[in-house]
Design a protein around this ligand. Structure first.
Ligand code: CO
Length: 645
């Protein structure tokens, strides 16, 4: 196969996807009895990637999984882009995630089901085909006993669409849910707890409905010489940073091989960084909500919901876009144009000092942004990675879209939801992310250390009462893995390279700085608590294993629980001076506000990775001043920001 592969970690190209799909058909007899689940790059080993040169082999391995529809079995194949089969494995006990095609078929089955149509008629809805919007939600493991025979099920909340342009989430149809068998595409049960009024206050948000009359003057971001970066294929050079952008069918945006040029020495910081899971447990016990516990990454395949972004709207200024490609359930290539946005942003003051003699030194800071946005049903998630001039990296999730809703008779008490319009509630819920951070700080062998700030009791060691010290606890083995934040000790974690010292003879490192967080309120004994066991700790550390990819396991759909981090860490493997992975769990406890309606303004949550003893001193000192228009220096003449006025 003739390919223009630039690097072993590049996202799979259109040609590669077409080729491997054809090989899969030939090798394993893939036909219409199969749905493709995911098609991912089977990433080469770290040693292979780091040893790669442009003269190395262009053949790549691809991991491709299928649902065999007649048996509901999941198969994983690994093959190369040259058609060599490496493996074909039945994944015993795995249940396939929701396939988009199955969702569409399930919706059709629900809308033509006579029991559903009769129940809708009782609610005054006579034309379900145009008036009813159906969503297919993984049932979790919350399956009524009489239906639990191992099949894959979705459960379908419904909303009324009074006009074609209505915001359906303003009009939930309460009490009526169909349970659909995804294999037979049959409605196997109806849950109908009785008719309640459908709230009819519109939740309009389209411009044609709102008018959008609050206007500001035009803002242009102009870089007449272009953005200050060099993008070569999927490799990005910006300021002193160098890294690769990646994209995955399941995780979406991925950042690879992050390096920083430290006075001519290219130093490694991160090998692979991604958001490996996103789960949203709902905290309302109503019939319409308690099963809403979707794993947006593991049960839906978040990457396949990536938006095409628009210049001037999603992104402003001098933008570089990347397109991505994926395989559909039928094995066709789908292109997502402008899936990844890259640009630089002014980020305010980087540093400043006014000396006692009045001399001013000030630097404006910029950051480089790599982002993408997904839409999964009602919600949007933006994944934003930022690279800063002081050597820091930040991840920020931007949460927006429409809150999920339930309806009931106005005046009924729902203690786990906010009534946002009469008869319309937005249930409490949490958005829980898990970042998989394979950092390599100046090399693979690193150790993670927990740092607490603590005060000694007043006495000989703390005479004045104001003294405090830091205590460092190395996370030595997985028995210690699973750590919690502690606001009382300003706890943070750092990952250091014990084999590499800075000029003060301390290990070089990076610290993980949390930016707000939450704790799961679902009981660990609940169905979601078992299935998403990783969420009960804020930080996990594991030895790096290529097969340990997702914190709730490979196949969370209807999984009985316990998979992923809680299971792996029982091995109690050694973590000192090893190639380790940090898993940071962070989330938003979302108590919906009236102001989150009808479309929620962006909420942000994330974390930072900051150098700590990695550099000799602040790398931001080397940043050139920007030019100022100083009115005292010859009128309008442009001067560096270091003028003494
Ligand atoms: Co929310």
């Amino acid at each position: 196969m003739n390919t223009t592969l630039a690097h072993p970690l590049d996202p799979l190209s259109k040609i590669e996807l077409e080729t491997v799909m054809q090989y899969a058909r030939d090798l394993w007899g893939i036909d219409s009895k199969y749905f493709l689940l995911t098609c991912q790059l089977a990433e080469p080993s770290k040693a292979e990637v780091l040893g790669w040169t442009p003269q190395s082999s262009l053949e790549r391995a691809v991991r491709i999984s299928f649902l065999h529809r007649p048996t509901s079995e999941v198969y994983e194949g690994v093959l190369t882009t040259n058609g060599a089969a490496i493996s074909w494995t039945l994944i015993s006990g795995a249940k396939a995630p929701v396939v988009m095609t199955e969702s569409a078929l399930a919706v059709k089955a629900v809308l033509k089901d006579t029991r559903v149509r009769d129940a809708l008629k009782l609610r005054g809805i006579t034309d379900p085909d145009t008036q009813v919007y159906v969503e297919t939600w993984p049932i979790g493991a919350q399956i009524p006993k009489h239906l639990d025979n191992g099949r894959r099920l979705v459960w379908t909340p419904m909303w009324l669409r009074p006009t074609p342009e209505s915001n359906v989430y303003a009009h939930p149809i309460n009490g009526l849910y169909a349970i659909v068998d995804l294999e037979s595409e049959e409605v196997i049960d109806i849950e109908d707890s009785g008719v309640t009024p459908i709230p009819m206050t519109p939740g309009d948000y389209r411009l044609s409905q709102t008018g959008g009359g609050v206007k500001l003057n035009d803002l242009q971001i102009v870089q007449k010489d272009g953005a200050s970066c060099t993008v070569n294929g999927w490799n990005v050079d910006w300021e002193r940073w160098n890294f690769r952008v990646g994209w995955d069918h399941r995780e979406g945006l991925v950042i690879h091989d992050v390096r920083f040029d430290d006075n001519g020495v290219e130093r490694r910081i991160g090998y692979r960084m991604s958001i490996a899971e996103l789960v949203i447990p709902y905290g309302d016990p109503s019939q319409g909500t308690y099963r809403k516990n979707a794993f947006d990454t593991g049960e839906f395949g978040l990457g396949s919901y990536t938006n095409s972004l628009t210049l001037g709207c999603d992104c402003l200024g001098e933008i570089l876009y990347k397109d991505v490609h994926l395989l559909t359930p039928e094995g066709d290539v789908r292109e997502i144009k402008n899936a990844i946005c890259m640009h630089e942003e002014d980020h305010g003051i980087l540093w400043k000092h006014v000396d006692i003699d009045g001399h001013v030194e000030v630097r404006r800071g910029r950051r480089f942004v790599v982002s993408s946005i997904v839409t999964i049903n009602n919600y949007e998630y933006g994944y934003f990675w930022y690279f800063y001039q002081d050597g820091s990296i930040e991840f920020e999730a931007k949460l927006t879209g429409i809150v999920l809703t339930l309806s009931d008779t106005p005046g009924i008490v729902h203690p786990s939801a906010t009534e946002i319009e009469p008869g319309l509630w937005a249930p409490y819920h949490q958005h829980t992310f898990c970042a998989r951070l394979d950092l390599d700080v100046d090399g693979e062998k690193n150790t993670v250390i927990e740092v607490d700030s603590v005060a000694k009791e007043m006495g000989p060691e703390n005479i004045h009462g104001g003294a405090y010290i830091t205590q460092e606890t190395p996370i030595e083995n997985e028995g210690m893995s699973g750590r919690m934040l502690n606001l009382m000790t300003s706890r943070y974690w750092k990952i250091v390279n014990p084999n590499k010292k800075n000029h003060m003879n301390k290990s070089v490192g990076f610290k993980l700085v949390p930016e707000g967080n939450s704790f799961p309120l679902a009981s660990p004994d609940s169905v979601i608590g078992k299935r998403a066991g990783f969420m009960y700790q804020h930080l996990w550390v594991t030895p790096n294993r290529r097969e340990e990819r997702y914190p709730a396991g490979e196949y969370p759909f209807q999984h009985e629980g316990g998979a992923g981090l809680p299971s792996w860490t029982k091995q109690n493997r050694n973590l000192v001076n090893k190639d380790v992975v940090m898993w940071y769990v962070f989330g938003v406890n979302h108590i919906p506000r009236l102001e989150d309606w009808p479309v929620m303004p962006v909420e942000r949550i994330g974390f930072m990775l900051k150098p700590t003893g990695f550099f000799k001193r602040s790398p931001a000192m080397d940043v050139a001043p920007s030019m100022a228009t100083c009115l005292r220096c010859n009128g309008d003449q442009t001067q560096p920001c270091t003028c003494n006025h």
